[in-house]
Design a protein around this ligand. Sequence first.
Ligand code: NAD
Ligand code: GLY
Length: 363
Amino acid sequence: MNAMQRVEVDGPPPYAIRIGAGLLADGAGLAAPLRGRQALLVTDSHVAPLYADGVRAALLAERPDARVEAFVLPPGEAGKTLAAFGSVIDALATLGARRDACVYALGGGVVGDLAGFAAACWMRGIDCVQLPTTLLAMVDSSVGGKTAVDLPQGKNLVGAFHPPRAVVADTTTLRSLPDRELRAGLAEVVKYGAIADAPFLDWLCGHAGALLEREDAALAAAIARGCAHKAAIVGRDPLEHGERALLNFGHTFGHAIEAEQAYGGLNHGEAVAVGMVLAARLSARLGLAGEAGAGVLRRALERFGLPVEPPRGLDPAALLARMRLDKKAQADGLRFVLWDGPGRARVVAGVPEAEVLAVLRGS
Ligand code: NAD
Ligand code: GLY
């Protein structure tokens, strides 16, 4: 296994994802995408004390002519607001950012989505370099150009497609990530095996120890293989008119669980883990796939310490009501990403509610 990996994402515009240990200390690599002389390093208050000074120093060592300002957000989903977006815009205004300025988003998916959205809007769009520091951000949110903030009415309701100019994922940052966040990211890694790459599920199970021990080469290989799948899908369907929806495997069930627990129970990755098992069971109930695939998926998720059953006490009817409000529900009734077996996902419309309820009830 190679500890340094690179994945190309087809445009427009094309960009590279570089993955490996120590990349945040590589000033030349960080500075390469900086076209002008102004950079705003957006991060959060957990990540800033760990990595922001190092990134700023590495950038300035390569580009002493540049002005690099740091802007620190409060951490967590609760801070992914229009108000915080406004504060990043204010920081760009204070910097006097020109059209060739660059936003560097250093952090998890919250920082990446919010800073990316600010970059999308400032002067109708300036460059953004994603420097993801969670596994979820490395393997999913930093790639593909979705940027957004939340409203009280729902998650990610205001946003834009704004592909990054580059993505640099330094696997050593994952050493400081809380265990629960690492596992949440592993759920999204497993998702790529589930939707597009059945042998990857076996590979992940075979390397579970190394991944949970945060070995750089294993992490880089898993991230690169996941990113290669995401790159292929967003290359063909950048604006989610079709195939990109497959990336939401497990998410209709997962979002309903998160919302029903008022975002204070399972985290996103955990809820997606449960959701993927439920989607596999629903596929079996509808006769699309055999039961065995659901077992393979369940074992992979359990190997990473992820939950595979809905939390006790959730009302199936209330979860179903949440799913009716899901962005993917359309006039033709409930739509789910289901599978024909491991590695073969597809969107299915008009799924009967009674079948969904039966899966939620475990019957
Ligand atoms: P997050 O950004 O909230 O990070 C999780 C926690 O880990 C935070 O407390 C953060 O401060 C901390 N942290 C980050 N890196 C760390 C490190 N290296 N060491 C120690 N602590 C660290 O959450 P997340 O799971 O990375 O991202 C979730 C967000 O991503 C959601 O808002 C979701 O909507 C979004 N998302 C976007 C896309 C997309 O395509 N744009 C895809 C999936 C998810
Ligand atoms: N995370 C889903 C997507 O990028 O489309």
